[in-house]
Design a protein around this ligand. Structure first.
Ligand code: UFG
Length: 327
């Protein structure tokens, strides 16, 4: 069962799981997710606050393992409305754990974030680095990780936590891709600016202590991310122990490098505006990516920035033609 399987990352996870011969059952309230993104198995339209509904779905579909990606994702909003983030990220996950316990399903892959590290002391960031979230979004992810640890020790759960760095790109077959409302992520904003659908992207800060002065992130292709979830479920099925692993590439890419890659793909220079730093943005976040590869036999195959942008560009063009941006 893929909670949040109608969303950006969840729908790619569903596709990967289906390609491996499993049936992904999507559990999603469709508040941020899209009905059109559920294509590889049944949709249970429900809310994770509704424990009875989760238990019924688990029993009805004979669920063997859960992937939990449901939640709110806007870091800035979490500073305005912390309650929403503790409820929509922590409370729902706790409810899900209780429903799993009650129905005897004890395997879960949890979608966590580099946000648990806050502003790291150095890069690349290993899994052992200090957990010091600087916003309620990251804190709520960390609360869930702590709860998973106790469900492992006290209730015999097997829990794999995957801490994503910057998910990006779109399905290489063009079937699904990123569609947030509002969109806050860099790559879709640069692309839509280049297509003239939106104003030129604002570059938040050009005075960071990085090579070109703009912030550096570790962008990972959503298809690579999705495959890690499948391998994660298989790892737990083999009896794998509860643990946490970063999902990144180990390569940092700056905002200006992203803009440059979009320029190469589109064939013309991309307009952008200089802007002030965005509050709470660390200068650089780059994953130490060794653990996921050792644990899962996983490696990023499609995560070069050029490939990410090509796939995202193709998807944005298609989504525009199909009128998805005006939904
Ligand atoms: N950026 C801009 N202009 C924009 C948007 C972003 O310059 O219009 C910059 C940001 O300052 C940042 C980089 O582009 O340096 C990437 O920004 P995103 O908003 O795309 O991603 P973040 O790194 O801020 O956030 C990501 C995930 C979050 C997660 C966070 C945790 O998208 O879900 O990492 O570290 F919480």
């Amino acid at each position: 069962m893929i909670c949040g399987g109608a969303g950006y990352i969840g729908s790619h996870v569903a596709k990967s799981v289906a390609e491996a011969g499993h049936e992904p059952v999507v559990f999603d309230n469709l508040i941020a997710g899209h009905r059109w993104a559920v294509r590889w198995g049944p949709l249970v339209e429900g809310d994770l606050m509704d424990r009875g509904r989760i238990e019924a779905a688990i029993r009805e579909h004979g669920i063997e393992a859960v992937v939990q990606l449901a939640g709110s994702i806007n870091v800035g909003e979490s500073m305005q409305d912390p309650g929403k983030y503790f409820r929509n990220n922590f409370s729902i996950s706790l409810n899900l754990l209780e429903a799993m316990d009650a129905t005897g399903v004890k395997r879960i892959v949890f979608s966590s974030s580099a946000a648990v590290y806050g502003i790291p002391e150095g890069n690349p960031i290993t899994e052992e680095a200090a957990k010091a979230p600087i916003n309620p979004y990251g804190e709520a992810k960390w609360f869930v990780e702590r709860a998973l640890d106790w469900y492992t020790r006290a209730r015999g759960f097997q829990c794999l936590t995957l801490r994503y760095f910057n998910a990006a790109g779109a399905d290489p077959d063009g079937e699904i891709g990123e569609m947030h409302s509002p969109e806050t992520h860099l790559i879709p904003l640069v692309i839509l600016g280049a297509m003239g659908v939106r104003p030129p992207v604002k570059v938040f800060g050009m005075d960071y202590p990085t090579a070109d002065g703009t912030a550096v992130r570790d962008y990972i292709h959503v298809r690579d991310l999705a495959r890690a979830h499948l391998l994660g479920v298989e790892y737990l099925a083999r009896g794998g122990e509860s643990t946490a692993a970063n999902l990144g590439t180990g390569q940092g890419v700056s905002v200006l490098e992203v803009i440059g890659a979009v320029g190469e793909v589109s064939g013309k220079p991309v307009p952008y505006e200089r802007f002030a730093r965005r509050e709470g943005d660390p200068p650089a976040l780059v994953a130490a990516a060794v653990k996921a590869s050792q644990l899962l036999g996983w490696r990023a195959e499609r995560s070069g920035i050029r490939q990410i942008v090509e796939d995202a560009w193709r998807w944005s063009g298609k989504a525009r033609r199909e009128g998805l941006y005006s939904e």
